[in-house]
Design a protein around this ligand. Structure first.
Ligand SMILES: Cc1cc2nc3c(=O)[nH]c(=O)nc-3n(C[C@H](O)[C@H](O)[C@H](O)COP(=O)(O)O)c2cc1C
Length: 190
């Protein structure tokens, strides 16, 4: 599958189950490889992921439900809990601070770049998972769940939680997206 084909198959999959179409070790390898391959500003290696699997996956989403004190619908949370795992995306603020000290004239840019690199990591993992036949979606229950996640996975204090990506076997495909007139957003000048 080419990168563009894989990107075309990547969608927001909400209906997921715990049956992965490939061995879990293959998924772990993919997550390591993609994290190593995705670029970062100044090659600063600010990106971090923790991956909840098995009992930790269920515990994560039960605790996320608890963190909202019933304000998020149980069936919505159970939809994410039904997935095989969740990628938790962070960046390390200590790395960012170190770069700010080293390159003061770019200080304001480093947190922005860390967020951008996190987005690059997210889209690449999202697409690479789909290439393996695994569906995923992206959620943002942070910052409400920050302390919950830190306690559950013993996350270092300097790691900032950016996003949560439940992934799993595909139960149902999303509706096709209407084709847009892309010339409104992409223009060429020669
Ligand atoms: C930066 C970003 C943040 C998003 N946040 C959420 C979110 O918090 N919850 C959610 O269900 N979907 C979220 N999405 C998914 C988008 O709604 C979805 O990608 C978009 O509607 C296009 O649909 P597709 O992913 O099927 O192509 C997010 C997507 C991006 C790129």
């Amino acid at each position: 599958m080419s990168v563009t084909e894989a990107l075309g198959k990547r969608r927001t999959y909400y209906a997921l189950n715990k049956e992965l179409p490939v061995p879990t070790d293959e998924v772990k390898k993919l997550l390591q490889d993609v994290t190593e391959l995705v670029p970062d500003a100044f090659n600063m290696h600010s990106q971090r992921i923790y991956v909840a699997l098995g009992d930790k996956q269920d515990e994560l989403w039960d605790k996320i439900y608890d963190a909202f004190g019933g304000k998020v619908a149980r069936d919505k949370i159970d939809g994410f809990k039904a997935a095989a795992g969740t990628v938790l995306y962070f960046y390390d603020e200590d790395v960012v601070k170190g770069m700010q000290d080293q390159f003061p004239s770019y200080a304001a840019n480093f947190p922005v770049w860390a967020n951008q690199a996190n987005g690059m990591l997210q889209i690449n993992i999202w697409t690479a998972l789909r290439e393996l036949g695994i569906g995923a979606n992206i959620q943002h229950y942070n910052p409400v769940i920050d302390d919950t996640v830190k306690a559950l996975f013993n996350v270092p204090d300097s790691w900032k939680l950016i996003a949560q990506m439940p992934f799993g076997g595909i139960v149902a495909d999303p509706d096709p997206k209407p084709k847009e007139d892309i010339t409104k957003r992409v223009q060429f000048f020669e």
